[in-house]
Design a protein around this ligand. Structure first.
Ligand code: NAP
Ligand code: MG
Length: 399
């Protein structure tokens, strides 16, 4: 068979434990028979991060910046237990944190919806993608315990020495106070990647905040989105047949539950933290949730939203065949290959990515799946191990 050739490499970031095993299986069974993979390989497995003093993670971030597209396997974020398990030199930071700090950007979490697999909200027929602003607000706030009576104020001292003051509260007794911030450039690039993402998937974009209460802070978010939309996106959205829509966060929550899905929902940092966990659980399974980091420089990094599935890995090490779900990791690959095809004008590669996605979804709807999905399946499932599931997908792809 003629394999598809890739003209430009993508950055491949390998990882840990069970997902590292799945990574190999996915490449061998459903990718390499069809595509001549062209990747720059970075081993972000914990032993290699330790050997290189985590340099390899930074190298990988630079490769994504340079190549435009990356695909990442789940990785261990070390804690005290991992220090002894892997005999580490030090407790390295989360690789995702390092990548995000270097590349900046917004994380879009998108569920893979499959007909026949139930969601906890039966009305949701299409995916809801959460776009979480990952900078500032309460995550970079200054806080203080107020010991007793006195005034708390916000003071801004301009570069020219001019002061601006705003009373927060005149305390009669002890209390607490918090000061948070955001930056206009960060909000703007957040808005921009949200508009671009919605255009890419051709789905309506929602943005929600609380500007009726927060008349300066949240109002700045709302206005930034609105002005950018009017200036650069209204026409393009019209041509794509999609719309942009702002509503209050509480109204958005109520509407989302009653909706049938099929939209991108941009949220401020805290709202996104809370609601992305709610939405991914409501869609049924973390193993069916993909994640992409979209960077202001135009780079894309694709991954699964779940971790390294440690419990399955320990069973694998004992020689058991596990029924670990490879869908989210597989979709990280199809996301990256599809995007790479788009960027390099390689239609065959993009078509292959979409065919592979369809073949994997059709495999599930026809009844063959891993154990976690069988729990959500409405019919009688043929439960396979990970390898068996991937082989069934490859068979379907060949036909
Ligand atoms: P996890 O790896 O997501 O696994 C939690 C549980 O969810 C599993 O034990 C399994 O349940 C189920 N699960 C998750 N993915 C699955 C899949 N693909 N197929 C089937 N079941 C799946 O989370 P964790 O156990 O909290 O974390 C393990 C390691 O992953 C940690 O070292 C953490 O640092 C790392 N982590 C990495 C990332 C990342 O790289 N993006 C994200 C989160 C966590 P059952 O055991 O009940 O079958
Ligand atoms: Mg959270």
């Amino acid at each position: 068979m003629n394999r598809i050739v890739m003209t430009r490499p993508i950055a491949e970031l390998d990882g840990d434990e069970m997902t590292r095993i799945l990574w190999q299986q996915i490449k061998q069974i459903v990718l390499e028979p069809f595509v001549e993979l062209n990747t720059e390989y970075y081993d972000l497995g914990l032993p290699e991060r330790d050997r290189t003093d985590d340099e390899v993670t930074l190298e990988a971030a630079k490769a994504i910046e340079r190549l435009g597209v990356g695909v990442k396997c789940a990785t261990i974020t070390p804690n005290a237990g991992r220090m002894t398990e892997y005999n580490l030199k030090r407790m390295y930071k989360s690789p995702n944190g390092t990548l995000r700090a270097y590349l900046d950007g917004t994380v879009f979490r998108r569920p893979i919806t499959v007909k026949g697999l139930k969601t906890y909200i039966p009305g949701w027929k299409k995916p809801i993608t959460v776009a979480r602003h990952a900078y500032g607000d309460v995550y970079k706030a200054a806080e203080m315990a107020v010991p007793g009576p006195g005034k708390a104020e916000i003071v801004f001292t301009g570069a020219d020495g001019q002061e601006k003051r705003e009373l927060v509260y005149d305390f009669a007794g002890p209390g607490i106070v918090q000061g948070m911030h955001n930056r206009r450039d960060s909000i703007e690039s957040f808005a921009r990647v949200c508009f671009e993402y919605a255009l890419g998937v051709k789905e309506n974009l929602w943005f929600s905040a609380k500007d009726t209460i927060s008349k300066t802070y949240d109002e700045c978010f709302r206005k930034t989105f609105e002005e950018l939309y009017e200036a650069e996106y209204r026409t393009r959205f019209g041509q794509a047949g999609i719309s942009y829509f702002y509503t209050l966060i509480d109204d958005a929550v109520a509407r989302a539950v009653k909706s049938e899905g099929g939209f991108v929902w941009a949220m401020k940092n805290y709202d996104g933290d809370v609601l992305s966990d709610m939405i991914s659980s409501a869609f049924g399974s973390l193993a069916l949730m993909t994640s992409v980091l979209v960077c202001p420089g135009g780079q894309y990094e694709y991954e699964a939203a779940h971790g390294t599935v440690t419990r399955h890995y320990y069973r694998y090490l004992k020689g058991e065949k596990t029924s670990t779900n490879p869908m989210a990791t597989l979709f990280a690959w199809t996301g990256a290959l599809g995007k790479s095809g788009e960027m390099t004008g390689n239609q065959a590669l993009t078509d292959f990515a979409r065919r592979l996605e369809k073949a994997s979804i059709d495999t599930i709807t026809s009844g063959t799946m891993t154990g976690d999905m069988a729990l959500l399946y409405e019919g009688e499932a043929n439960v396979t191990d990970s390898e068996g599931f991937l082989k069934a997908i490859a068979e379907r792809l060949k036909n």
